[in-house]
Design a binder for this molecule. Structure first.
Ligand code: AMP
Length: 593
């Protein structure tokens, strides 16, 4: 894809001036990667030269990459925590950034069970906006006519809090949807949403979902693309339709809004959309949904949908089969790769197979370095964006305008190709993530801690958890964590009661990180945790199986998370009892520490 080739597109596509400008920008960025990176680091280091952090490392006003790399260490969030905490507590001195930190973006990555706080400055919003502005011009190269209809996107805000020093702390998308840039975005025929802002901005996720779904149904013929940020969100929307279609059809047939909507702003905006009864549409929705046959439901209800706009790379790949089932195999477009720390890049071929998705990092967003992954040692040299090699895996390290310096993001990327001089990356995985349903990321240490805590409840009875493993069950909506336990009981004839086991489930949930608990409590995007108790000897069988497939007996370790079908089948065939968490764990927007 180049501007030239776009203009000579076989679709006879003649891009608008705006698209030409965006495509030219992409060309310029991808042709001059190293030059732009040099400029970015120079800008960051010169504007932040007086910050406490850079002064500490004796940068003395140097703005070149070599000095920066020799003097400033590569860090993780925990290394920066003291500085972050001071800013959160209200210290306004130039600690990390010369520009005032205006808010914290709460990452779905956690540290000590709480969301990480990522500093951001006012102008970062423009950088994010710039990346968004590139998406449709690229999409228009592949899918014509997207200005002739609307996008049904399920977008949500999440709860936010304030740090002790008074700075807002909220997820990056919540910050974006609440921004003036989003709320007052100028009319753009390529970005017309079925959902009114009022529905997107409603903090009650159930009212928000209901009204967004209702709008989508009312405008079903206009919908040309359908999506949510992540695959899990789109599946939740389908699940919502499955349980609420009668009420939605009733609203359509009567032309009145359900009493479950109490938000005045939504009521006001819906009064302009749901203006009269439409029995024909209500009958249609009923005829599709009442059969309880959900295969291809998306294309039945929204017949003009050209693709699903949804991220299905990384942890979200587990949802591809379900999305294929519901959409009858519509293409799934993964358009961008971003995080709370910084937005990174875009997919220049958005209509490709999920397994072929590669993201092109835009060199103007931040300064990027790459830690070779397979051979990483203390002495490993970090590689420049322009110098990464095809086929190799790297961990992403970034330096941002807001004051993260050589920060390890924790994502492992593999270089697949170059576009001009810009490398393109496949998202391989997030480091240290065992279980993930939605934005939650549970690592091995957290799971271990949760099992240990919960198993204390069995102690009185003399029962111990001798082995465990886990599984992200995503075939149900919402998905949930399944933990397999093998127990050693003092008295085999007296296993722990269902009540005690259910309490163990809840205790595990209480021990998991705040993103997990928020998803359970506020977003309802994760279902109750399940413990499946397996027969004694099951984990030995698991080991026998692994060894029969070539694992070394000396090095065998029990996998703490499983997804391989034969292993799942083995475990499930040995289950003696199943137990679910009976209640919601504790969660509040306030941080615990
Ligand atoms: P957060 O800090 O909560 O915004 O989460 C950002 C993280 O989400 C990234 O560091 C990635 O691990 C993951 N992520 C974001 N975009 C993508 C994508 N397109 N494909 C796979 N994973 C992604």
């Amino acid at each position: 894809m180049t501007v030239d080739s776009a203009l000579r597109s076989p679709m006879n596509y003649s891009p608008s001036d705006k698209d030409v400008k965006a495509l030219k920008f992409i060309e310029e960025m991808t042709r001059n990667v190293d030059f732009v990176q040099k400029k970015v680091i120079r800008e960051i280091l010169s504007r932040n030269s007086e910050t406490e952090y850079l002064k500490r490392y004796g940068l003395k006003g140097f703005t070149d990459r070599r000095t920066f790399k020799t003097k400033v260490p590569v860090v993780t969030y925990d290394d920066l925590k003291p500085e972050i905490q001071r800013i959160a507590n209200g210290d306004r001195s130039m600690i990390l950034s010369s520009h005032p930190i205006t808010e914290f973006l709460t990452s779905s990555g956690t540290s000590a069970g709480e969301r990480k706080l990522m500093p951001t400055i006012d102008e970062d919003m423009d950088r994010r906006q710039l990346l968004y502005s590139l998406l449709m011009p690229v999409m228009n190269l592949y899918v014509p006519g997207l200005d002739k209809g609307k996008a049904l996107y399920f977008l949500f805000v999440k709860s936010e809090s304030k740090t002790p020093g008074g700075l807002p702390a909220r997820p990056v998308l919540t910050s974006y949807y609440k921004s003036e840039q989003f709320k007052r975005r100028p009319y753009d025929p390529y970005n017309v949403y079925t959902s009114p802002n009022e529905a997107i901005l409603c903090p009650d996720s159930s009212q928000s979902m209901y009204s967004q779904m209702l709008c989508g149904l009312l405008m079903r013929h206009e919908v040309l693309r359908l999506g949510a940020v992540f695959a899990s969100g789109l599946l939740r929307a389908i699940g919502f339709l499955q349980t609420n279609w009668k009420e939605l059809a009733n609203d359509i047939s009567t032309g009145t809004l359900s009493s479950r909507i109490s938000d005045p702003a939504i009521k006001e905006s819906m009064s302009k959309i749901l203006t009269k009864p439409d029995q024909e549409l209500a009958d249609f929705i009923t005829s599709v949904c009442c059969q309880d046959k959900w295969e291809g439901v998306i294309t039945k209800i929204w017949p003009n949908t050209k693709y699903l706009d949804v991220i299905v790379t990384g942890a979200m790949a587990q949802y591809i089969p379900m999305l294929e089932y519901y959409s009858g195999g519509l293409p799934m477009a993964c358009t961008m790769y971003a995080s709370s720390e910084s937005y990174f890049g875009i997919n220049l071929k958005p209509i490709c197979k999920p397994s072929e998705v590669s993201y092109t990092i835009m060199p103007n967003m931040a300064y990027f370095e790459f830690l070779p992954h397979e051979v990483a040692t203390e002495a490993s040299e970090l590689v420049e964006l322009a110098d990464v090699e095809i086929g190799k895996e790297y961990e992403l390290v970034i330096t941002t305008y807001a004051g993260l310096n050589r920060y390890r993001v924790g994502d492992i990327l593999q270089v697949t190709a170059f576009y001009n001089s810009a490398p393109q990356f496949k998202f391989v995985r997030r480091k240290n993530v065992l279980l993930s349903i939605e934005s939650d990321k549970t690592d091995e240490a957290e799971l271990q801690g949760a099992v240990e805590k919960a198993s204390m409840l069995l102690r009185e009875q003399g029962t111990r958890v001798i082995e465990y493993t886990s599984y992200a069950e995503t075939k149900t909506i919402p998905g949930h964590y399944v933990i397999y336990w093998e127990l050693l009981m003092k008295d085999q004839t007296n296993p722990p009661s269902n009540e005690v086991m259910a309490q163990c489930c809840l205790e595990m949930e209480e021990s998991l990180n705040s993103v997990y608990r928020q998803s359970r409590v506020a977003d309802k995007s994760i279902g109750p945790l399940e413990i499946r108790v397996v027969k004694n000897g099951t984990f030995e069988e698991l080991m026998d199986y692994a060894i029969s497939r070539g694992a070394s007996i000396n090095q065998y370790k029990v996998p703490r998370c499983v997804s391989f079908t034969p292993i799942m089948e083995l475990l499930d065939s040995r289950v003696v009892s199943t137990h679910f968490s009976p209640a919601l764990p504790q969660w509040s927007p306030e941080r615990r520490r």
